[in-house]
Design a protein around this ligand. Structure first.
Ligand SMILES: CC(C)(COP(=O)(O)OP(=O)(O)OC[C@H]1O[C@@H](n2cnc3c(N)ncnc32)[C@H](O)[C@@H]1O)[C@@H](O)C(=O)NCCC(=O)NCCS
Ligand SMILES: Nc1ncnc2c1ncn2[C@@H]1O[C@H](COP(=O)(O)OP(=O)(O)OP(=O)(O)O)[C@@H](O)[C@H]1O
Length: 195
């Protein structure tokens, strides 16, 4: 079994490309979704998060906006949150890989925003990076309006700069043009994997 790493900054189109890979039949491990599941009601990470930021958990429910505001406002706290989340994400990732290895699946995808930052790229046979110009990224994230602009900039600043990610990639999918163009690049990339 071979492992394809998929990464990119916020709003670069990672989830869109992951959905196209999934549609082509590749199993995808979605790290953001795993984080959300571990933090959902009854989730395994909630007790430790409640100890770290008591106000972020009320009646067994995580107030994500409150947690985000606190961790982005206090240096070091995001690192402590990551120290809670990353071992659990690593365990889920290992289970995913083990499951598909047993099935003898030819390629699986690890969709991880912090792929390089966490060293998960070392598990990958190939890494594909999704990239778009900075202004396209900002416009997309602003359109979603799930969080204040200043928080978006802070989260982007916690990630590796796009240019460095692109340098480290085996392949780059440019999502700054039309959706059709993104689909075309993904199709071509999948053909190259299967060749
Ligand atoms: C900071 C938190 C509370 C924000 O939650 P919220 O629901 O508001 O945003 P969401 O999870 O959808 O993330 C928004 C964007 O920020 C990116 N992001 C999330 N965590 C981080 C981080 N530690 N560093 C850089 N970018 C991050 C995500 O990939 C996504 O693109 C949450 O993302 C979290 O618990 N992060 C820590 C775990 C982590 O490192 N996740 C990254 C995947 S391994
Ligand atoms: N050519 C394109 N390729 C990819 N996405 C595009 C394109 N044009 C517009 N978009 C839009 O840009 C957005 C990209 O968001 P997506 O959720 O895929 O990014 P992401 O990298 O997963 O971001 P995040 O990590 O913040 O969730 C989507 O709303 C998508 O519809």
């Amino acid at each position: 079994m071979r492992v394809l790493g998929l990464t990119g900054g916020m709003g670069m189109g990672k989830s869109t490309v992951a959905a196209l890979l999934r549609r082509a039949g590749l199993p995808v491990f979605d790290a953001d979704a795993v984080v959300h599941r571990l933090q959902a009601q009854g989730g395994e990470a909630l007790p430790a998060i409640a100890r770290l930021v008591p106000n972020a958990v009320r009646n067994g429910c995580l107030d994500r906006a409150a947690l985000r505001q606190v961790v982005l406002g206090q240096p070091g706290l995001l690192k402590k949150l990551e120290a809670i989340m990353h071992p659990l994400v690593r365990r889920e990732r290992a289970r995913f890989l083990q499951h598909y290895r047993k099935l003898g699946t030819p390629w699986v995808v690890l969709d991880i925003p912090l792929l390089f930052e966490t060293g998960a790229d070392h598990l990958c046979d190939k890494v594909v990076v999704v990239s778009a110009p900075y202004w396209v990224q900002c416009r997309r994230v602003a359109l979603r309006r799930r969080m204040p602009h200043a928080q978006v900039l802070r989260l982007i600043a916690c990630q590796m700069p796009d240019a460095r990610r692109v340098q480290k990639a085996d392949a780059v999918i440019r999502t700054g043009l039309s959706m059709k163009e993104t689909e075309r690049q993904v199709r071509r990339f999948i053909r190259s994997l299967r060749a």
